[in-house]
Design a protein around this ligand. Structure first.
Ligand code: GDP
Ligand code: IMO
Ligand code: MG
Length: 422
């Protein structure tokens, strides 16, 4: 399979979890390289549903090695809860999960600051997951963060945490928020540290050894291109590089060891949180929500929905170097009579065939649509390309062509078997 980077081509929640699970069959190692437990990756296997936040989705296949890389921000208490939840579902952790020593930690003051900043912004809020991701990456960039390697060294951790709680309680007081108890945070983090210690490793060396052996490594992207801190709809973004480059910096594996980039997108578009979404459409949102679909895997919020945006996706293909596209949730369009696809934007008399950087201009943009006839037949039982209705095949081919990448996977349901390789 070669070393593969998998990224979300749009705003997150595109079915990366499912596609990772499918691709993991051929991989030896699966690595998360950025983001934190803001991610929610859903995988359905034989009637069981798993939602992964920090643990790579590869853990669901026995004998695969999973790595939480240096670029991830880790809330250790929440990671332990996630691991224990997975164990209850029968997943085993024995020499198959490694946590980077140099991954930064998320603390309760990060979560509290995330919530306070959001509430201060009022209607201009980002709509974050309130998992403390922005403030944790903020500490990392300011060189004031604590890392996994600190957590597992009891004396050093105590001193560092004392200082951090004192510093952050001053900030929380200024917001009018309740200060944190050092004792409580320390106890819960030390407990998590003891639990996680056997999993902690120098993951850069571990990954290089795997690459040298010829293992196939799969880089599990979180979020999506337009949530990237550099390439997204700033400030309505997350705080990490969600694009392909993040896989290198977040793992220590250099660019020339990467063999391919797979972009995952839905057959339509969704977004949770605030920020522009030019193709947003109430009718398609109501239809999908009525089907019980498109509720956030992390926060349960209803996702905003719209038509497929080929301009945004083409941009995503460019900045990620996407060679192959995986299009999920084709079945979500099964009952639509006429399907629209955005092929350009218009802001008053100005036309765009690219995503404008000026957020105000992008927010004013109205989509220019091409229309495709719907197939109006269920596709969820299709297992091969030829099983799909001709109109569905034509739609998939057209959106791939518009974005300039090769269609390599089409998904017609959440299950492993509902995957078609055209
Ligand atoms: P991720 O964050 O990109 O991993 O995506 P999420 O797991 O947050 O959201 C994608 C949702 O779509 C999940 O509930 C998946 O089980 C589901 N899903 C993935 N592919 C398909 C598909 O082809 N059809 C249907 N019906 N659901 C899918
Ligand atoms: P997965 O990996 C969709 C969004 C939030 C908000 C913005 C910033 O499941 O695709 P943050 O908490 O990161 O500071 O929030 O980013 N967001 C996601 N949207 N899927 C995700 O992850 C997301 N992670 C963050 O809704 O708009
Ligand atoms: Mg998700």
């Amino acid at each position: 399979m070669a070393n593969t980077i998998l990224v979300g081509a749009q705003w997150g929640d595109k079915g990366k979890g499912k596609i990772i699970d499918v691709l993991t069959e051929e991989a030896d190692v699966v690595v998360r390289t950025q983001g934190g437990n803001n991610a929610g990756h859903t995988v359905h296997i034989e009637g069981k549903k798993y939602i992964l936040h920090l643990v790579p989705s590869g853990i669901l296949r026995p004998k695969k090695v999973c790595v939480i890389g240096n670029g991830v921000v880790v809330d250790p208490v929440s990671l332990v809860e996630e691991m224990q939840g997975l164990q209850k579902l029968g997943i085993k952790f024995n020499d198959n999960l490694f946590l980077s020593e140099t991954a930064h930690l998320v603390f309760p003051y990060h979560r509290e600051l995330d919530a306070q900043r959001e509430s201060l912004k009022g209607k201009n809020k980002i709509g974050t997951t309130k998992r403390g991701i922005g403030p944790a990456y903020g500490d990392k960039a300011a060189r004031t963060g604590l890392r996994v390697i600190d957590l597992i060294q009891a004396d050093r951790f105590r001193k560092q945490l004392e200082f951090k709680i004192r510093e952050n309680n001053e900030i929380l007081k200024a917001f009018g928020a309740k200060p944190l108890s050092f004792k409580e945070v320390h106890e819960s983090y030390r407990r998590a540290g003891d639990y996680l210690k056997p999993f902690v490793a120098n993951t850069v060396i571990l990954l290089h050894e795997a690459v040298r052996r010829g293992d196939d490594v799969l880089f599990e992207g979180a979020q999506g291109t337009f949530l990237d801190i550099d390439h997204g709809t700033y400030p309505f973004v997350t705080s990490s590089n969600t694009t392909a480059g993040g896989a290198c910096t977040g793992s220590g594996i250099p660019p020339h060891r990467m063999d391919r980039v797979v972009g995952v997108m839905k057959a339509y578009t969704t977004r949770v949180g605030e920020g522009p979404l030019p193709t947003e459409n109430d009718e398609i949102a109501d239809m999908l929500h009525a089907m019980g679909r498109e509720f956030g895997a992390t926060t349960g919020r209803p996702r905003r929905c719209g038509w497929f945006d080929s301009v945004a996706t083409r941009h995503a293909c460019m900045v990620n170097g996407i060679d192959e596209l995986a299009v999920t949730n084709l079945d979500g369009l099964d009952s639509v009579e006429t399907i629209k696809v955005c092929i350009g934007y218009r802001d008053a008399s100005k036309k765009y065939d690219y995503v404008p950087n000026d957020l105000e201009a992008f927010s004013r943009c109205k989509p220019v649509y091409a229309e495709f006839p719907g197939w109006r037949t269920p596709t969820d039982r299709a297992r091969q390309w030829k099983d799909l209705p001709a109109k569905a095949r034509a739609y998939l081919k057209a959106i791939a062509e518009l974005t300039g990448a090769k269609l390599s996977i089409a998904s017609v349901g959440p299950g492993r078997e509902q995957t078609i390789f055209p």
